[in-house]
Design a binder for this molecule. Structure first.
Ligand SMILES: *Cc1c(COP(=O)(O)O)cnc(C)c1O
Length: 401
């Protein structure tokens, strides 16, 4: 977020991380010390993060995506296994299933929150549990209908979209009824709470992401939380090339990966975690500045917070542009006014390689596609000033006139 020194019009970027001298000093300390990876910072970060969310185990990894991948592996999801998930997401939550040749079974979302619709989750689980009666087939991707006679429904992978938890109680009920595991993609929801429980701690696995645009950052990085001690040990081995803990240097017992989180990132994460409450409060304040200024615009809808969201962790600030207007026109006009903004999310099922592989067509998931057409992310971060919010809102009003 900078004022351009040459031009007179300010340019407003999407937002950036909130880094203080404390983070800088900690990272510098790592560089002056003996270990840049697999050291004490990572252990402390994992311990403090587990305590913060109230989980038994936390496994630091190189990204949110690698965390999701390890959870899929630790959960035993493999080729042709079916997993109920959402097409309204950042693509990683669905791609990690493809890494293992599992099949994402997309379920449409709730209009209010953009999160997976628990009634549809229940319906799909019911239909697919009576394994491959014709009732279940229409949930499968078009190209796979009738092709997977032995496939089994294994898990539900909800995503807490934009920082707001999915409706977990009914999802957990479906999971219990049909013996499914639950992997929560909490990459956008660090610190948010569903009925006073931390997002990411309700299912079997919760994954958080720390890319620089997230509420807290380790530059690149992520963490997985679980109560399952065996899964914890397996994921520690998998992130470290398949080595057992405390084993000899080159003793690899299984196919593993290099998904480790380095010490500089862990040091950065530790300070960010200790500052998280402050950073989330600043983000909430920026969100409220936006909402105060935009709530009266009748062709724009400001974010809605579900009753079940007892703590909101603001990842992005999303407005919905009325369908009588073109979101893309608003987006372009804002960009012409040197304000960054983004369409959020392009539906996963309509991205080219999903279309090619699975045969999806527009109309497959109408609510997802509606939100994909109307949602607009405005510049947003905890370090935005009130006058920057003012400026963005003034410009946005002009584009609506
Ligand atoms: C950010 C994010 C991830 C993880 O992204 P990485 O860049 O791999 O850290 C996963 N799922 C969702 C929904 C996200 O927003």
């Amino acid at each position: 977020m900078k004022l351009d020194p040459i031009e007179t019009t300010p340019s407003i970027s999407m937002g950036g991380p909130d880094i203080t001298e404390r983070e800088i000093q900690e990272v510098v300390q790592v560089l002056k010390g003996p270990s840049l990876s697999r050291g004490e910072r990572l252990k402390s970060f994992e311990r403090e993060f587990a305590t913060f969310v109230g989980s038994a185990h936390a496994v630091g990894v190189s990204s949110g995506t690698s965390g999701l991948h390890l959870a899929v592996l630790a959960d035993g999801i493999g080729a042709n296994d079916l997993v109920l998930t959402t097409p309204f997401t950042f693509i990683a939550s669905s791609n990690v299933l493809l890494y293992e040749d599992a099949v994402p079974i997309f379920v449409d979302i709730e209009r209010e929150t953009g999160n997976i619709n628990p009634d549809l989750v229940a319906e799909a689980a019911e239909d697919l549990d009576r394994r491959f009666h014709s009732a279940g087939q229409h949930w499968l991707p078009p190209t796979l209908r009738g092709q997977l006679p032995k496939a089994q429904l294994k898990a539900i992978l909800p995503v807490h979209v934009f920082g707001q938890p999915a409706d977990m109680d009914p999802i957990m009920k479906v999971a219990r009824t049909h013996s499914l595991s639950v992997i929560e993609d909490a990459c956008e929801a660090v610190g948010s709470e569903y009925r006073e429980r931390k997002a990411g701690t309700i299912g079997d696995f919760g994954i958080f992401g720390f890319y620089p645009n997230k509420q807290m950052t380790t530059a690149e990085g992520g963490i997985i939380v679980t109560l399952d001690a065996e899964a914890d040990e397996l994921m520690r081995s998998l992130r470290n090339q398949g080595r057992e803990p405390n084993c000899d240097w080159l003793a690899h017992t299984r196919l593993g990966y290099n998904y480790r989180l380095n010490e500089m990132s862990a040091a950065l994460g530790l300070i960010q975690l200790r500052r998280l409450e402050e950073m989330l409060a600043k983000r909430a304040r920026v969100a409220s500045w936006y909402s105060e200024r935009l709530v009266d615009l009748d062709r724009l809808q400001t974010p809605r917070i579900a009753q079940t969201t007892t703590e909101m962790s603001w990842f992005v600030y999303i407005v919905r542009v009325d369908s009588s207007l073109s979101r893309n026109r608003v987006l372009e006009e804002l960009r012409e006014r040197r304000i960054s903004c983004r369409p959020y999310f392009p539906p996963v099922h309509l991205s080219p390689f999903y279309v090619e592989r699975f045969g999806y067509e527009p109309g497959s998931f109408p609510v997802t596609e509606e939100l994909g057409r109307t949602c607009l992310a405005l510049p947003f971060s905890g370090i935005m000033t009130e006058s920057q919010v003012d400026y963005v809102c003034d410009q946005l009003r002009k584009t609506l006139d």
